[in-house]
Design a protein around this ligand. Structure first.
Ligand code: ATP
Length: 932
């Protein structure tokens, strides 16, 4: 169904609803939803049905229980529709479904109601005729119906009664109307079936041209259905066959319409005949009435005996009979009788008049009825004509649409055909092109195959020749590799020999490290001109260009600015490792402030393992080695951290922390003391350790403690010497041999010259002390180099502490740190010149301090003897002091006094030996008091 036809139907329904329920006042152009909103209140449906079937639905019921009674009322309405035979809708359609079915149902109900009202009026007319003309009814006529029966009569019954009533010989208007509406009835009954049939089925039926039995509305539905389907599916291609069927259907509808028009014309002529018949009857009656009037007048003027004769006949009398009554009678008694007769005649006349009046009234009622029937007929015929016209108009527009669609579809088919042909041509072209292409590709493939075969052959040949060449080359490479390996071996051998030579000579090793420019210094000028063979360093004077301004130095190793902590330590590692073999090793970093001494020795703040300085890496290495040897040698490792600040007697803020590590006990002791000579730490607190990292953590704590005191003393870190000393004592578990080794890791204070730093006051004092201690270090080194009988160790606290690792059997490594900045040229030059002098110093071959068991026992005896002597000395002194009352302090007790600081080196060595022995035994020894 097209939307337009649906809208048209909806309008008809709304018009009808407004006419039967004026209070509804629904807009004619109301939408589906508005109509739904109006109908969902089921009182409308109830009222419609009650108009057709009074009291069939309870209108008030829905108010009690809305949801239940509403649906029940609608269901009852739908049941009534089923009963009447009207196509129904579903409850869901009314609630939210398609309104088309609802509109169709109401439209059908409208048509039905018109026929129903007509039927009622027809039956009432018939019944009334029966009641009026009861005496003339034929024996075959049906008994009269009451009003109630008429209301309840089914359309079929009404029709039956109308047809069987013989009162009216020709069909009455009502009957004819009814017959006319039977067409609607048939349509109403069959519409359901046809409406529910799929269009294709109807088309099949139509194809057999069996239109005679199909109701007109169904035929229209078919047409609408086809058109709607074509519009909804947008199917432009309505076949010729369907078009033919449509044409036939439309013709059939046209034929029926003309039949109906003929029918209506016949009805009209019948009405006219009826009208004439009624008119003549009325005229007869009128004539009768007028005649009666005349007679009445004459009678009133007649003598009494005539009137009485008329009375005697007791029936309607003619005028001649009345006139024959006028004869002379006896005067007496006659008057009385006459009067009585006159009275009786008068009464009779009155009766006649009344009867006449009654006839007149009946005639008027008949006239009225006739007029109403005529009006109804006119109204119905007008309605039908209008409907027929509207249907024809709709059909014509549909046919036009259809024709338009047909034309369109033809055009489209033509277009499609043309497109199809052009596409076919193009495909053919493409097919040819592809064929050619494939042929050429196949040819190319063939060529490629043959070429690849040739290449394969070539490859095999080349492989063979390559194989031969490879073999040849391999033998050559082998020879070269061997030569290279030999070369490396030779090089390594050379280095080893050189080191051995140096060891034999006892040379102080000198490594030089140049720190990189720091962030923010990148644009500065470097004094480092060149580094070659990792040994030679050329320094350029920024104020003198060319060769003249250049000076070259040579050291054991030169590390450039890019060198890493790991690279530096890998060259230092053999020194460190020799400590566990009983050697004394001293590594000290020398250079001006900010040249990277602390960086190399300790590492940057918060250093990662890769950034660890020599301190951490050395300790880590010692622990690793001692752990790996624990099956054979039992090691005890002591770590001592000393800080020397302001070289002054009794003013040494040096020893910060001492850590003892007993690997076999897994404990560590930490103690902060203020005197460097109280090296033994009897009441050091003990902390358990289970791994190397624990020891490193404790060392960290030591450095942090130092940092705290440094802050308190105004950046003392760069103004003080920091010394980490590792004492190692190893006992061979098999032989009982004990070895001692110690490692001094020294971060010296900055070496810049006082005049340049332009400092005064405390700073000047600090600088002077630093210079003094550094020059003392130089003096000691050069005294050792010259094999001088007196080495001035006691000239400074620094040389005092380092005494055991400087000279004699010790291995000494100097790390020269350089700042590459050109502004530090003079400091760099003086540092390098000092380092150059140091590198030429021969200290003599280093020796391990391995002690055999017997020797150790002897040493222990010596120590015990010395102890006894010391005790004796002490006692003597005490006695002397009591005697002289003037104390005399022995020389070796005056080590803190700079004026008296020159203990012979051998004596100092002895003291240190005692100290070391005491420490190894877990006892205490004080040089200051020279007693256990
Ligand atoms: N090899 C290097 N790589 C990166 N940065 C370095 C290197 N050497 C030194 N530095 C940086 O240079 C700065 C100065 O170094 P450092 O403090 O070690 O000098 P110093 O010689 O110990 O100074 P001071 O004598 O005043 O103690 C520090 O910020 C340090 O991190």
């Amino acid at each position: 169904m097209s939307p337009q036809s649906h809208a048209k139907k909806r309008e008809l329904v709304i018009e009808w609803l407004n006419s039967i329920l004026p209070d509804l006042s629904l807009r004619i152009e109301a939408s589906d939803e508005e109509l739904r909103a109006c109908l969902i209140d089921d009182t409308v449906l109830c009222r419609i049905l009650n108009m057709l079937r009074p009291n069939s639905l309870d209108q008030g019921g829905y108010l009690k229980n809305f949801s239940v009674s509403q649906s029940e009322n609608v269901k009852q309405f739908l049941a009534a529709m089923d009963e009447i035979g009207i196509p129904r809708f579903e409850l869901s359609d009314l609630q939210k479904g398609s309104m088309k079915t609802v509109v169709n149902c109401l439209l059908a109900l409208k048509m039905h109601s018109i026929s129903y009202v007509d039927d009622l009026s027809a039956i009432s007319t018939i019944t009334k005729a029966e009641s009026i003309d009861g005496d003339v009814s034929s024996p075959g006529s049906l008994p009269p119906l009451s009003d109630e029966e008429i209301r309840k009569a089914s359309p079929g019954l009404k029709y039956q009664r109308a047809m069987h009533n013989p009162v009216i010989s020709e069909p009455s208007a009502a009957v004819l109307q009814h017959v006319g509406h039977k067409v609607h009835d048939a349509f109403q009954l069959k519409q359901v079936c046809y409406a529910e049939l799929p269009v294709t089925n109807i088309l099949e039926m139509m194809a057999s041209n069996n239109f005679d039995n199909a109701p007109t509305q169904s035929l229209l539905n078919v047409v609408y259905g086809i058109l709607d389907a074509s519009v909804e599916t947008k199917n432009d291609e309505i076949t010729h066959h369907v078009a033919c069927i449509l044409r036939k259907v439309v013709q059939e509808i046209g034929r029926r319409l003309s039949t109906q028009a003929d029918h209506l014309r016949n009805q009209n002529s019948i009405y006219r005949a009826l009208e004439e018949k009624h008119g003549s009857k009325i005229r007869e009656l009128e004539a009768l009435v007028s005649a009666t009037h005349k007679e009445t007048k004459q009678v009133t003027n007649q003598p009494q005996h005539i009137k009485s004769r008329r009375k005697k006949n007791n029936s309607w009398v003619s005028t001649s009979t009345v006139l024959s009554c006028f004869r002379p009678t006896r005067k007496q008694n006659v008057n009385l009788k006459m009067e009585e007769k006159q009275k009786a005649e008068k009464q009779e006349m009155m009766k006649l008049v009344k009867e006449n009046e009654k006839y007149i009234n009946e005639i008027a009622a008949l006239k009225e009825e006739l007029e109403i029937a005529g009006m109804m007929d006119k109204y119905c015929s007008r309605e039908m004509e209008a409907e027929a016209k509207a249907a024809i108009a709709i059909l014509q527009t549909r046919i036009k649409d259809l024709e338009y669609l047909l034309a369109n579809s033809k055009n489209k088919v033509k277009d499609l055909e043309a497109t199809f042909e052009s596409k076919c041509q193009r495909w053919n072209m493409k097919e040819k092109i592809y064929k050619n292409f494939i042929d050429s590709q196949l040819e190319a493939m063939q060529d490629l195959r043959s070429t690849s075969e040739a290449i394969k052959q070539e490859m095999i040949e080349t492989k063979k020749s390559y194989f031969v060449e490879f073999n040849h080359l391999e033998s050559k490479v082998k020879a070269l590799t061997e030569a290279a390996e030999n070369y490396h071996e030779v090089l390594a051998e050379n280095r080893k020999l050189f080191n051995e030579l140096q060891d034999l000579k006892g040379n102080i090793r000198v490594y030089c490290r140049i720190r990189p420019f720091l962030p923010g210094e990148t644009e500065k000028l470097s004094v480092v001109e060149n580094i070659s063979e990792n040994r030679k360093l050329v320094i350029a004077n920024p104020s003198k260009r060319g060769r003249e301004g250049q000076r070259s130095f040579q050291f054991n190793k030169v590390f450039g600015p890019d060198s890493t902590q790991g690279e530096v330590f890998s060259d230092i590692q053999p020194f460190v490792q020799s400590v566990v073999d009983g050697y004394n090793v001293c590594i000290f970093a020398y250079g001006q402030t900010g040249s990277g001494k602390t960086y190399t020795m300790t590492g940057p703040n918060g250093a990662t393992e890769e950034e660890w300085g020599i301190n951490y890496q050395a300790l880590n290495l010692l622990f690793r080695v001692s752990q790996s040897r624990r099956e054979h040698i039992l090691y005890e490792v002591g770590v001592q951290m000393v800080e020397i600040y302001n070289e002054q007697s009794n003013n040494i803020h040096d020893l910060v922390i001492v850590i003892f590590v007993f690997l076999n006990l897994h404990t560590v002791g930490i103690k902060t003391i203020s005197q460097p000579n109280g090296l033994a730490v009897p009441d050091a607190s003990m902390h358990p350790v289970i791994s190397t990292s624990d020891v490193l953590d404790l060392m960290d704590t030591g450095f942090k403690n130092r940092a705290v005191s440094a802050t308190a003393l105004n950046s003392r870190s760069s103004r003080s010497h920091s010394i980490v000393t590792v004492h190692v004592r190893g006992k061979d578990l098999k032989t009982g041999t004990v070895l001692y080794g110690n490692l001094h890791l020294v971060d010296l204070a900055g070496s810049e010259r006082v005049d340049r730093s332009e400092v005064t006051g405390d700073r000047l004092k600090e600088a002077q002390h630093i210079n003094k201690s550094l020059s003392s270090l130089g003096d000691v080194i050069f005294a050792l180099a010259q094999k001088s009988p007196h080495v001035p160790y006691r000239n400074s606290k620094l040389t005092q502490v380092l005494q055991s690792s400087l000279g004699g059997k010790a291995k000494t490594l100097m790390l020269v740190q350089l700042n590459p900045d050109s502004t530090s040229y003079s400091e760099t030059m003086s540092t390098l010149k000092f380092a150059e002098r140091v590198s030429g110093v021969e200290l003599g071959a280093a020796r391990s301090s391995k002690e055999e068991k017997d020797a150790r026992e002897l040493m222990e005896q010596i120590v015990s003897l010395k102890d006894t002597i010391a005790e004796k000395d002490e006692e003597i002194n005490r006695l002397k002091s009591i005697k002289d009352l003037k104390p005399r302090i022995p020389r070796h007790q005056r080590i803190d006094n700079d004026d008296d600081a020159c203990l012979p080196a051998e004596e100092m060595k002895m003291h240190f030996l005692f100290y070391r022995f005491a420490w190894s035994c877990g006892g205490r020894y004080s040089i200051a008091k020279a007693r256990w």
